[in-house]
Structure formats: C-alpha cells, structure tokens
Design a protein around this ligand. Structure first.
Ligand code: CA
Length: 704
C-alpha cells in the first residue's frame, strides 16, 4: 500500500489503518449484487449476465469494451470444461459475481467458478427417474435458467419448476406446472421479475393441447396466476374476459383439438411500463380447416400478448398470423428498445417470428408501427398498415391442393437469439431461407381427432430442403435496421441451423454456427474478425462477462434444438454423429493461454447391413405411421438421425427383438433420454423395426 503521510504513524495505528483499508477493499470486491428488478434492468453493469437476454430488455448487448475490433483477433481459449454424458446444449449461462450458472442435458444445473470452470455444485432434478414416460413429448433441451436474489430456477422437461439455493445447489421448492396426463413439456427458461417466476410450455404438436403461462412466487413456489392463451369449451365457462373475447374468433368445436398456442420461449418483462410480453404459439392441429372450420383469427395464437405482471390480466395483443395454418408461431424473442421513428421517441418492441416479417410494435398500446419481410415470404404480399393485418396470397393455404410455402415450420427465424446494438441501431438475426410443401388432400376433417403423445398435423408437410433464393443460400446472418426496416449487411451461412447472437459496445458481433465455428464480426460491416473451430455444431448463444477486470466470452457447445433432432439427412450431413463429440463449455479472453482440446472428426453414420432381418413391406408401411407419430421428433425424418439421438438404421438394437423390447417398452435407456413406450401394441412395436430396417436398406442401397 502506498503511504502518502510524511510522518511516521505509531505502529499500532498504522497496522490498524492498513487492515481497515484492506478489509474495505476486499469487502467491496466481494460485495454481492442483489439480483432483483433494479439489477436486471441495469444496462450499464457489464460484469454480470443476470437474465436470459442479459437484462430485461432482451437485447443481448453488453457494455464491455475490453475485447474490441482491433484486438479481437488475439482472443484465445482461457478455460474449458468437458461435459461428459451430455447431448444437446442450447442454453444461455448466467453470471453473478464471478460464478457461472448453466443448465445442461437432463436439466442438470451447474455452478462453476467463472474464471476457471471449477465446479461449485450441481443439481440434478432426476428427470428420467421422476418421469421417464413424459419424455415422449419434447426434447432434452433447455434454453436456460432464471435467478432472483439467492435462488436459481430451472424448469424441467417433465414440467416441474424448481427453486434452488444459489449458494449450495440444494432444492428449496418444486412444483408441477403441467397435468402429468397431458403431452406437454418444457424447454424454456423461466422468466423472473418482481419476485415472481414465469414459465410456459410446449406440446402444441404432441396432442390436443391448450397452452398457458403460469407465474409462481419466487420465494415459495406458490402459484400467483395463470393465463390461458386459447379459449376452452365455452360450456365450462371462461377463465377471464380475454378468453371470452378470444372465443369469438374461433369456430366449430375447437376445444376438442386443444387449440395450442403454447408459449415455449419468448417472454419479456418491461420494467419501464410494468408489462409482461408473451410470444404465443401456433395452432393445434396445424391445419386451420380442422381447428376452426368456419374460419376466424383464432386468438391468441401467433401473437404478442401483453399481461399485467402482478395478476396475469390481459392488457393488449398483436397477432402476427391470424388463423395460422403453417406452424408460424410467434414464440421468438421479444426485444425492447427506445427507437426514434419519424421524429418520435417510441417505446418499441421488436419481434421477428417464424412468418418472415420483422415487426415494430408500440408497446404502450400494442399498435403496429411497421412490418417488413426479413426473409423470402410466399404466403403474404405485405402487412396492410390500415388493418395491421397480412394480405395473404391465394393458394398458400393449400386450399387448391399442393402448395409450396415459405418460410417453413422451421421459420424465417427460430428461437436462436437475435441481439440489438443500441450504439449502431442494428438488430442481428440468424435467418433461414427455406421452402416447404403442404397438402391436406385425403384428410377427413370431420373425423379428425389428435391423441395425446402422438404427432398429428392434420396436413402432410415436407421440407423441400431447397433455398428460396436464386443464389442457393439456405441460411444467413443479417444485420437489420429496425427503423428503416431493411437489411444493412448479410453473411451467408453453411445451412440453416445457426445459433443466437451477442452484440457488444465495441460494435462486435459473436455467433456460433452449425458447422462448429464461433465467429466474431465487425458489427457495423459484417467483416469477419476472428474464427475458432470448436469441433461440434453450435446451437447455444454466446455470452460475455468480466471478473477482476478480465472480459470473457463463453459458450456451450452441444448440437441441439429441434432440427438437430428431426432434421434427417440434411442435418446429418454436418457429421455430428450421436455420441462422437464431447460436449463442452468454452471460455475465451485476450489473456487466454489454454490449448484447444481435440475433437472427434465429423462422421455420417452408415446403416448397419444385416442379411438376417427380412423386411416385411406391409409391416414397414404400418411402421412408417407409428414412427411419424411417436419417434420422428428425436430420431429424424426417414429414420435418419441428425445427431441429437442415435441413428436407428445403424443400431444393432433393431436387429434383436429382445434388445428392442428392453429399450423401447422396457425403458433401458431412459437415463439417456429415451422414454419407455409402454402403450405400443405388439403389432405397432414390431412394425417400427420393419420400417427402420427398410430405411436402413434404402440407405445402404443409396450408398452403393
Ligand atoms: Ca410449433
């Protein structure tokens, strides 16, 4: 310590002073931040990453500038940890006071030292032991956790919301948010605000389900309120006036089909206006003609709905796709910013849902300010600014038979986070340029009834895998000017399934890609400034934080999300074969001195040859239906694995009736995320094997 006094203090006084100053300094350093509304709305604190989108605005913009455009090329690995037995990793880690919290496979939450990766604790909600059969719906994906004061919150695949002590990882409370008989699940991050924890659910595609969101008290887990997204049977009475209003936009016996609308991702709390925004899901089933045969907008499907955060009471809504019929949900992130639009300061909400339009909405009243196409769109020509509704193109509702429609159910933009840099005014969007074929000929609309735990779209649909662009580009990263509603720059990507983005005050932009590369760009121009190959497809967004004056960039690497499961051959071609590649958490800094760990080479599984198994084509045809209803979401289109689950064509388990029984009906691989399907009949059970072997032989023939 530097002394500034010119005379000698008595020894005792001097030591007392020194120890006092030292304890003050260390106390300041260790002074814990109180994670509450004030902290989570503080845009200027770059040390921590306290909420899913860093702060309540969901901008994923950091004020940190140590890593900048001139030195980012010197970014090096600082530390990493292996995550053995993990599969898909898609989540956003949170950082509080030098401790990083993140959720990994099977909803296991970990706390590690943010400067070394050393584990402090882990919490395992024991999903497979608790509710293996419920894993029939959804995926082993969790996009994140929430923090409030001294607690961490995780929502589990099987529908529980759990409060955990942030200091030691012990469970404080646990509530079941979903009726265990319903084929619904959770992949979303709990949203925390005002001492409450909000969670929604998925399951629109898994049965006749009705979406809702529920808020719980952070301290106790006690339910505070629930908001249903679509109306139930009017004969049962409506929960609130909003449901009564929504029911007028539905026709037929919609409640028999659940209606859907499940809110599985985009939740934003607006601390300034004290409102909560919910991005809502698509209809169940997909086909509007079945769900609401006399037409109708079907509120509150595919909408941004504003709610009172204290009561869950409806405030306003804006519907992006009225009467949707293409899985065009509005579950994508909802980003808040003050925008100067034609000389007026607008408290804006920015939203780029699946349907291909980028929306600016005045969040004080829900009024549409502007909407333009951020990718190729075939289903609507434009949004009419007098009605605030899309002007649809004839034939796109497959009313005349087969229709090629874009965007696809994968979306023009999916849940992969967009970010917003308020310094240069640009939004960064992972964008998809794909088309799909739709046809509902042959469906008996009057007799249609979906069943729980089975996938029924009420329409035949296929991804064409073709680009919607003359240059053949299927995916891109683009910078979008939200005020002028136009693209500023674009970087074409290899394929469609590229991860979320991070913007910083140095006007840097970070994104991980499906090909395994983490890239830093000049956020103003799109010029590539740094590139590191992380050896496995990246599906999670990067974060940044600082500890003891060192800025870090961190990212989870573990190929995941729906398309990494069900995508079939087009995703298998990346070579991220199930089980080959170690899942990791990587952290980079300018002072990093660690060596990059080795990764397994890319590999595309080849089907197993067998002369013993004779395929019965009738059984295989039956098996194709069973597979499409119960297996495809994890094991892939045409039984070709995209890497998140084993490629069944290459599995010896299929060849043995005994082994197949143990795995499929016996639940032998439940700890790996494979649910037991105890309700398969013997005929159904056998037919799946014949279908998979038929696909294996087709794959072998194609390779010859
Ligand atoms: Ca959907």
């Amino acid at each position: 310590m530097k002394k500034t006094v010119s005379f000698r203090l008595p020894y005792l006084l001097e030591t007392l002073l020194v120890s006092l100053l030292c304890s003050f300094a260390s106390a300041q350093q260790a002074s814990p931040i109180l994670v509450n509304d004030a902290a989570m709305s503080n845009e200027s604190n770059g040390e921590n990453w306290l909420a899913f989108g860093r702060t309540y605005s969901e901008q994923r913009f950091s004020p940190l500038t140590q890593i900048n455009q001139s030195n980012v090329s010197a970014l090096r690995l600082d530390w990493y940890i292996d995550l053995p037995n993990n599969r898909s990793l898609v989540s956003t880690p949170l950082v509080v006071d030098g401790v990083m919290y993140f959720v990994s496979s099977m909803n296991i939450v970990r706390a590690v030292d943010a400067t070394s990766g050393e584990e402090k604790w882990n919490y395992d909600p024991q999903v497979a032991q608790h509710a293996a059969r419920r894993m029939r719906a959804g995926w082993d994906n969790s996009r994140g956790i929430g923090i409030w004061e001294d607690k961490v919150f995780v929502a589990t695949w099987d529908g529980r919301l759990i409060g955990i002590d942030r200091n030691d990882g012990s469970e404080l409370w646990s509530v079941q948010t979903i009726d265990p008989e319903l084929a619904m699940y959770i992949t979303g991050a709990p949203k925390v605000f005002k001492g409450k924890v909000l969670i929604g659910n998925g399951g629109t595609e898994n049965g006749p389900n009705r979406g809702y969101v529920t808020a719980y008290e952070a301290d106790t887990g006690e339910q505070a309120w629930r908001f249903y997204i679509v109306p139930g049977n009017p004969a049962d009475g409506f929960e609130d006036e909003a449901m009564e209003m929504a029911a007028e936009t539905w026709t037929g016996e919609w409640w028999r089909h659940g209606g859907g609308g499940n809110a599985w991702h985009g939740f934003t709390y607006d601390v300034e206006l004290d409102q909560l925004y919910i991005g809502t899901g698509n209809g169940s089933p997909w086909n509007h003609k079945i769900r609401s045969p006399g037409g109708g907008d079907n509120l509150f499907l595919c909408s941004v709905v504003a709610l009172d955060p204290d009561t869950g009471e409806y405030l306003w809504h804006y519907q992006t796709t009225p009467g949707e019929s293409w899985d065009y949900n509005s579950n994508m992130d909802i980003v808040l910013a003050d925008l100067n639009i034609e000389g007026r300061q607008v408290k804006a909400l920015m939203h780029a849902p699946k349907n291909g339009f980028f929306y600016i909405i005045d969040r004080e009243n829900g009024e549409l300010i502007s909407a333009e196409k951020y990718t190729e769109v075939s289903w609507a020509s434009h949004i009419d600014m007098t009605t605030s509704k899309p002007v649809e193109i004839a034939g796109q509702r497959y009313e005349n038979g087969t229709a090629i429609v874009y965007p696809t159910p994968v979306g023009g933009h999916s849940w992969h986070a967009m970010s917003y840099n308020p310094n240069n005014g640009l939004v960064y969007i992972p964008t998809i340029h794909w088309a799909a074929t739709w046809n509902d000929e042959g469906y008996d609309f009057s007799g249609f009834q979906a069943e729980q735990w089975k996938i029924h779209f009420g329409v035949d649909f296929a991804l064409t895998g073709n680009s919607t662009r003359p240059d053949g580009v299927e995916g891109s990263l683009q910078a979008w000017d939200p005020i002028r509603q136009q693209q500023v720059w674009e970087v074409p990507a290899d394929g469609v399934w590229n991860a979320g983005t991070l913007a910083t005050a140095s006007n840097l932009l970070f994104q991980g890609r499906a090909d395994g590369h983490l890239i830093a760009y000049n956020g103003d121009s799109g010029e590539q400034l740094w590139d590191e190959n992380l050896g496995l497809g990246i599906s999670a967004p990067p974060i940044t934080y600082s500890v003891n004056g060192r800025q870090y960039i961190a990212i989870l690497v573990g190929w995941g999300g729906s398309l990494a499961a069900l995508g079939g051959q087009v995703m298998a071609d990346y070579g991220w074969a199930y089980g080959d590649h170690t899942r990791r958490l990587y952290t980079f800094s300018l002072d990093g001195a660690a060596s990059m760990p080795a990764s397994a080479p890319q590999r595309i599984p080849t089907p197993l040859a067998s002369s013993d198994f004779i395929v019965n084509t009738d059984l295989a045809t039956q098996g194709a239906t069973v597979f499409a209803e119960s297996c495809v979401f994890c094991h892939g289109f045409e039984a070709v694995s995209s890497g998140m689950a084993p490629d069944l064509r290459a599995s010896s388990v299929i060849l043995s009736a005994t082994a197949f029984e143990q795995v499929v009906r016996g639940g032998a691989l439940a700890p790996n995320g494979m649910p037991p399907f105890t309700d398969f009949s013997d005929a159904q059970f056998d037919s799946i094997r014949h279908y998979i072997r038929q696909q294996a032989e087709a794959g072998l023939a194609a390779a010859r």
